[in-house]
Design a protein around this ligand. Structure first.
Ligand code: GDP
Ligand code: MG
Length: 787
């Protein structure tokens, strides 16, 4: 009959396992000489009769407690055929400490890796095979309480008994490994010691000052050699680690247990907590935290601009030239606009389609790549768990300004991380704040953040005036938006919405690597919401704004008359030249178009060939060379310039005459203080409806005044070459766009969240007033230094 001893930590499930194996076939016995009881049971393992002993649970096998001595003596003296070491898988490291000591005893052993259900609930997955390989003994996963894995355990026990497999020797720390072989050899010379114990174990125990072993040694005769060897080994260890040998042994065992546990445990979310705590020690650090935050935000801007505006999309399959995502969309809308101009001849419809719809929506859509990559980066920050740290880091600072840590979420959703976000969900995100006053203040300052809709205007002005400092410029705008928000919340808390602040509680989620699919879904959803907004509200407003700018119409008869006179003069001057046919009734318009578009491809036959030659000469003349046929070239050039001038002047007059022009003009004397012309006024009026409209409206306002060009230049280029624009004006305009009135949709959200239109109106009034005061101050002070 085989004998099996069940050993393990208290509460690891030994008794449970024992009961499952033996059923009711149990007997209570006493260990010889001590009062500690033990239970014996009998079972059949594949027709083999076995006796099983449930040893007392211990954490260690030192000689400190009676249980420990009993368990150890049983193993050493009774020599069971196999030990079943029950290991609580949910506390692997601590349990392996005892396992290490059992391994030292060098007897056949099997591990029952029990409570794996509990371990799994904790998020630990344990690689039993790997553990088996490390220890050199079978490791069987079990759930003793549900009788799971026990048949495999029985099999493994029989196999181990049959094969007499012994565990691998435990590897200790370097200094122990160094002294052990020599000491073990000397211990072997004392057969009385070796007779009952494995020599290596006895050697380790002597280094541990194990009382039982020391007593045994005292009984022996002529142990000077051994004692000397022990002292020498202890001295060596001490010299090495500056620790007494006892501590060194305990630490070595812990090291082994911890190493093995780490090696075989895969941590899922719950146990990532540990890793999370380590990361948080850095990320939430008082000094490092804010620095890391700044670095992350700066990285965000660089990432977005590089991805959206960098040329990385091949334009041909040969990979010879590249364009950017923004470039792709720009060309698409330019193409659409050219298409309408070519096929729609009714002036008002052409204007509505090309300027009102394609122009405005196109300008906004051109920034979809920027918004996409912005949201992508923010989704990474959110999914990884960093956003919550931002709230944690910011609480201390935000409290000073009358906000609280959780306000940061609303701010970030509104665009607080940079130029991506929307105040509408931002205002709604304040629902997580329980304190009504904190909520109200957050709602009132969140619209200062750089939402995605302000971004197209930023990007346009930055491209026009600060192209070489994009990242830095966006970074400054980010800082300024926060300055606005914090100053306002401070003042609101101080003067308007007074009250005590509630303490901050926020659960910090564990960090994890976001999934690609999750990121894309999130990013696409947000981008799609933006596109939808651009396609619906913005389209509607664009049409209204176009009508405001297109009507009422001026009578064109005086312009027509002037142009007719000029045309007659041109024909008279060129009548005798070879190029005269180019200025005939049916050809003049084509010649004007060709002159405006010298690079365009044409058929090289007949009059088209002649036109091409003429345009070439005209270009040469403009570049300062003497043309071969001076009279017609000079005459046409003069005519063309005059006509351009007259048309532009008329278009401008027309715009001033329009509804929007009248409103914008009437505001101009005031807005002049901040450097805004009536054109910007029109755009800003449109922006009350939605910030996305600002850019489109501005585009319409500028291109309507300059529509002698067939291909509408991007707004940035027009403004860049407009002498009335400069860096100061651009900067002030940026600031104003950032700070003035939230859009209509946000106002509706504010009304919904606060329950009162009063707050929506207050929000518009105070932010617009503040924005104008700040813009005026910057502009006026700037004028003193900037010429
Ligand atoms: P001992 O102190 O090592 O004898 O542990 P016990 O056998 O008394 O078990 C302690 C508790 O753990 C008991 O309530 C058992 O029902 C329970 N238990 C034992 N094994 C498992 C297991 O694999 N999974 C779970 N969930 N509980 C177990
Ligand atoms: Mg028990």
């Amino acid at each position: 009959m085989f004998r099996i001893a069940v050993a393990g930590n208290p509460n690891s499930g030994k008794t449970c396992l024992f009961n499952q194996m033996t059923g009711s076939n149990q007997r209570v016995g006493n260990y010889p000489g001590v009062t500690v009881e033990f239970i014996k049971g009998y079972a059949d393992f594949s027709n083999e009769k076995v006796e099983i002993v449930d040893l007392p649970g211990t954490y260690s096998l030192t000689a400190y407690s009676q249980e420990e001595i009993v368990a150890r003596d049983f193993i050493v003296n009774e020599r069971p055929d196999v030990i079943v070491n029950v290991v609580d898988a949910s506390n692997l490291e601590r349990n392996l400490y005892l396992t290490t000591q059992l391994l030292e005893l060098h007897v056949p052993m099997v591990i029952a890796l029990n409570m794996i259900d509990v371990a799994e609930k904790k998020g630990h997955t344990i690689d039993a095979e790997k553990l088996s390989a490390i220890l050199g003994i079978p490791v069987i996963p079990t759930i003793a309480s549900r009788n799971k894995g026990l048949d495999k355990l029985e099999e493994a026990c029989l196999q181990t008994i049959k094969d007499k497999t012994l565990p691998k020797a435990v590897t200790y720390t370097h200094e122990l490994q160094h002294v052990l072989p020599e000491l073990t050899e000397i211990v072997c010379g004392y057969s009385e010691l070796c007779g009952n114990f494995p020599p290596r174990w006895a050697a380790v125990k002597l280094l541990e000052d194990d009382e039982v072993l020391l007593a045994k040694m005292k009984e022996l005769k002529s142990t000077e050699n051994l004692e000397k060897a022990v002292q020498a080994a202890k001295a060596k260890i001490n010299a090495h680690s500056n620790e007494d040998s006892n501590t060194a042994v305990v630490e070595a065992r812990y090291g082994f247990a911890a190493g093995a546990a780490k090696e075989v445990t895969h941590m899922s979310d719950v146990s990532k907590r540990m890793l999370t705590d380590h990361i948080d020690r850095v990320v939430c650090n008082r000094v490092l935290g804010p620095l890391i935050l700044c670095a992350v935000v700066y990285l965000l801007f660089e990432f977005v601009f590089t991805c959206a505006e960098g040329n990385w999309i091949p334009t041909s399959i040969t990979f010879e030239s590249f364009t950017s995502p923004v470039g792709v969309l720009e060309s698409l809308f330019e193409w659409l606009s050219a298409l309408t101009t070519a096929h729609v001849t009714t002036p008002w419809l052409q204007s509505l389609l090309s300027d009102g719809i394609i122009g405005s929506v196109g300008s906004v859509m051109g920034f979809v790549p920027l918004i996409f990559f912005m949201f992508l980066f923010i989704a990474i920050l959110e999914d990884s768990g960093y956003i919550a740290r931002v709230a944690f880091i910011m609480d201390r600072i935000l409290r000073i300004f009358g906000l609280q840590g959780k306000s940061i979420l609303a701010m970030i959703v509104s665009g607080g991380l940079g130029a991506g976000g929307c105040a509408v969900p931002g205002v709604m995100a304040t629902r997580t704040l329980r304190e009504e006053k904190d909520r109200l203040i957050t709602i009132l300052v969140a619209p200062f953040m750089n939402c995605g809709a302000k971004m197209p205007v930023y990007a346009m002005l930055i491209a026009a005036f600060f192209a070489s400092h994009r990242g830095l410029m966006m970074f400054s705008l980010w800082l300024i938006s926060w300055a606005f928000a914090l100053c306002c919340s401070f003042c609101l808390r101080k003067f308007l919405i007074k009250g005590e602040q509630t303490p901050f509680v926020m659960e910090l989620p564990v960090y994890h690597v976001p999934t690609f699919k999750g990121l894309l879904m999130d990013t696409w959803h947000r981008t799609y919401m933006f596109i939808k907004k651009a396609a619906t509200i913005i389209l509607a407003i664009s049409i209204i704004m176009w009508a405001l700018m297109y009507y009422p119409r001026l009578n064109t008869s005086s312009l027509d008359k002037e142009i007719t006179t000029a045309t007659q003069t041109l024909r008279a001057e060129t009548a005798k030249t070879a190029y005269a046919p180019l200025f005939a009734e049916t050809e003049l318009d084509k010649t004007i178009k060709a002159a405006a578009n010298p690079g365009a491809e044409t058929v090289q036959t007949g009059i088209e060939k002649q036109r091409k030659e003429f345009v070439k000469q005209l270009e040469a003349y403009k570049a300062g060379e003497n043309p071969a046929t001076p009279s017609s070239v000079i005459a046409f050039n003069k005519y063309n310039e005059q006509r351009d001038q007259k048309e532009n002047a008329f278009a401008e007059k027309q715009l001033v005459y329009s509804f929007a022009g009248r409103l914008g003009k009437s505001l101009a004397p005031v807005s002049k203080l901040a450097g805004f012309s009536w054109r910007e006024n029109i755009a800003l009026i449109g922006g009350f409806a939605a910030k996305e409209v600002v850019l489109g409206t501005m585009g319409t306002a500028y291109s309507l005044g300059r529509d002698s060009v067939d291909e509408p230049e991007p707004l940035a280029k027009i403004i860049q070459h407009d002498p009335s624009w400069n860096k100061l004006r651009a900067f002030v305009f940026l600031i104003f766009i950032m700070a003035y009135a939230p859009c209509i949709v946000t106002l509706v959200a504010i009304k919904k969240e606060t329950g009162k239109w009063r707050w929506a109106i207050f929000s518009t009034a105070y932010s617009t007033t503040l924005a104008f005061i700040v813009a005026t101050i910057i502009y006026q002070v700037g004028l003193l230094f900037y010429k």
